[in-house]
Design a protein around this ligand. Structure first.
Ligand code: NDP
Length: 261
């Protein structure tokens, strides 16, 4: 396999200061990529970009709230001004609130939908004209198993299912311009976003229910890099669940797993 799949490619990763996004940044850089690390948490974005530069890679940190049009446009301008092009956009920044339907306030709904659904729209809208001009680009939207099956909460399910819809729509609309758009739907993966959940007994039960157990950031990164690289050029509009089998199986319990022969 080519070990420098992103040689001189410029990649924007939103939410790159923490968790999965941070892991993608390291993955892209380790294969020659130039990373624009975007995060609402400026210190976290700087930490990631600095770590990449310290290992000899090119990277800048850009503080940006992906829910704000003007900040997103400025972020894209800064990336273009610094590196002259954008090859890949990874729409990863996200938040999660584990609220029941009745317990979901207007504020919860707006925060989740604004970050997880409107954020990818604003970032793509700002980046795509440039990709169209070049006739090339890759967009990878980070969805969730919660956009495929019911397993988390109201606003999160709506935003992630929406992301899968955007992926299909953009794949159609942008194919004539050489832009491929896909989603990765991670399953339960240990990152700061689920720190609280991992301290409860539910964490063990979840691990036992998923055929391959909890995932590691590297599992998700492998898929994100694949869908960002040239090798996946004939794939567009797909949502790839990287979930250890969670969305393709139903666990009926150990008794059901015995066989006649
Ligand atoms: P983290 O909380 O570790 O990372 C998310 C990053 O995004 C944080 O640095 C966060 O900053 C930043 N962020 C939040 N809001 C904004 C915003 N408005 N603008 C810019 N940056 C923002 O979570 P994960 O790495 O786990 O999650 C990354 C993505 O993966 C999310 O979209 C999530 O929904 C998805 N996902 C994760 C799964 C998992 O099991 N970990 C499973 C399925 C999907 P701050 O910390 O300040 O909020």
């Amino acid at each position: 396999m080519d070990t420098q799949r992103f040689h001189n490619k410029v990649i924007i990763v939103t939410g790159g200061g923490s968790g999965l996004g941070e892991d993608y940044c390291h993955g892209f850089a380790s294969e020659g990529g130039i990373v624009v690390c975007v995060d609402i948490d400026e210190a976290a974005a700087i930490r990631t970009a600095t770590a990449l530069r310290e290992t000899g890679n090119r990277s800048i940190a850009v503080p940006c709230d992906v829910t704000r049009t003007h900040e997103v446009e400025q972020m894209v301008e800064e990336a273009l001004h610094t590196y002259g092009r954008i090859d890949v956009l990874v729409n990863n920044a996200g938040v999660i609130s584990r609220r029941s339907l009745v317990g979901t306030t207007d504020e919860d709904w707006n925060r989740e939908i604004d970050t997880d659904l409107k954020g990818p729209f604003l970032c793509a809208r700002a980046v795509v004209p440039h990709m169209m001009e070049r006739g090339y680009g890759k967009i990878v939207n980070i969805s969730s198993v919660a956009g495929i099956v019911g397993c988390i909460s109201t606003a999160y399910a709506a935003s992630k299912a929406g992301v899968n819809g955007l992926t299909r729509q953009w794949a159609l609309e942008l194919a004539p311009y050489g832009i491929r758009v896909n989603s990765v739907a991670p399953g339960y993966t240990a990152t700061p976003i689920n720190e609280k959940l991992r301290l409860t007994p539910a964490a063990k039960r979840i691990g036992e229910t998923i055929p391959l157990g909890w995932g590691k950031p590297a599992d998700i990164t492998a898929a994100v890099l694949f869908l960002s690289a040239n090798e996946s050029d004939y794939i567009t509009g797909q949502t790839l669940a990287v979930d250890g089998g969670l969305t393709t199986t139903v666990d009926m319990g150990p008794e059901y797993r015995t066989f006649d022969t």
